[in-house]
Write a protein that binds this ligand. Structure first.
Ligand code: M3P
Ligand code: FE
Length: 311
């Protein structure tokens, strides 16, 4: 697939209750790579196989949750085109100056119908993954530590009016619908969850219908294998990290997963797998009565904490 427009999830700024505790958690237990601290005190991380400067930012705050998520676009011309499209769709945009985030170019920021702050940007400093640009090694002594997620894979966001988000993402931002969950027959089977891709992954972003705007369900960190997901579970056990669900397999997207809580109560996912969708595919549908299997295929359980707790 020739990739243009929006390329991938680029960053998420998480609110944490104790910055030092969270810094140690994401650095030493999760195994993200710390890449800097800015004048506002925000701490920057990236996954071990990401080559751009940062993907997960932590900001000290009084409540957990997500401040904004950012997606990288191909180039400045794409950024201008996409911003024009968002404005024509009827959503105001603002430009945030290059450098407001460390090593990151100008960002176009706007609010999604679900209330989340969403950003697009074209430039972030290439720092590499430490394995070299010429004749790279497959891995190296300082490449991996902790759970060692390779990338920020996707996020699942909760808010009202996901139908309008779907329209924006599919008609303006170049995403396509890969899977969806529909509500009960009595309610007219509205879409209650949508999984959208801008790539060859099962989802680069997902939304669940929810009355309160701007909520975070989870940020997902990609693991290179199911064995590495299980090993992440071992590390959670060794460090008494509270687990929400897993290890298990989703029916939705067919990924393998563990969901756990960071020290502030933000849910994160260690995730691998999924199949390889294309934009010409027909979206898959999960009916409400089978949603339990969509969530947790082996048990088919509708886990209450999973469905109810967001930050
Ligand atoms: C994922 C995933 C729901 C399923 C969520 C799925 C809301 O988070 O990464 O595939 O049931
Ligand atoms: Fe997920």
């Amino acid at each position: 697939m020739a990739m243009t427009g929006v390329l991938r999830p680029g960053h998420a700024q998480l609110r944490v209750l104790d910055l030092e505790v969270s810094r140690k958690f994401y650095r030493d237990v999760v195994g993200l790579v710390e890449t800097g601290t800015d004048a506002q005190g925000r701490v920057y991380f990236k996954g071990c196989d990401e080559r751009d400067h940062n993907s997960i930012l932590l900001r000290q705050a009084d409540s957990a949750g997500v401040d904004f998520v950012g997606y990288k676009v191909l180039d400045r011309a794409s950024l201008d085109d996409l911003e024009r499209g968002v404005r024509e769709f009827g959503i105001k945009t603002e430009r945030i100056a290059a450098g407001e985030m460390l090593e990151t170019g100008e960002r176009v920021r706007f609010q999604l119908p679900t209330g989340h702050l969403f950003e697009l940007y074209a430039e972030k400093k290439h720092v590499g993954n430490g394995l070299g640009q010429v004749n790279p090694r497959p891995w190296g002594p300082s490449f991996e530590h902790g759970m060692a997620p390779t990338r920020f894979d996707h996020c699942l966001l909760y808010g009202p009016n996901i139908a309008a988000n779907k329209k924006l993402f599919t008609e303006v931002l170049g995403f396509y619908l890969v899977e969806r969950v529909i509500g009960p027959k009595e309610a007219g089977e509205p879409e209650i969850a949508i999984f959208l891709s801008c790539s060859h992954k099962t989802h680069d972003i997902a939304f669940v219908e929810h009355p309160e705007p701007g909520k975070l369900h989870h940020v997902s960190l990609r693991m290179p294998s199911w064995e590495r997901v299980l090993r992440a579970g071992d590390i959670m056990g060794m460090n008494n990290v509270p687990i929400d669900i897993g290890p298990t397999r989703h029916g939705v997207t067919r990924g393998e997963t563990i969901y756990a809580w960071d020290p502030s109560g933000n849910r994160f996912e260690t995730f691998c797998g999924g199949y390889e969708p294309y934009p010409d595919g027909e979206p898959l549908t999960w009916t409400f009565d089978e949603f339990g299997h969509g969530l947790d295929y082996p048990t088919g359980k509708l886990h209450e904490s999973f469905l109810g707790i967001v930050t």
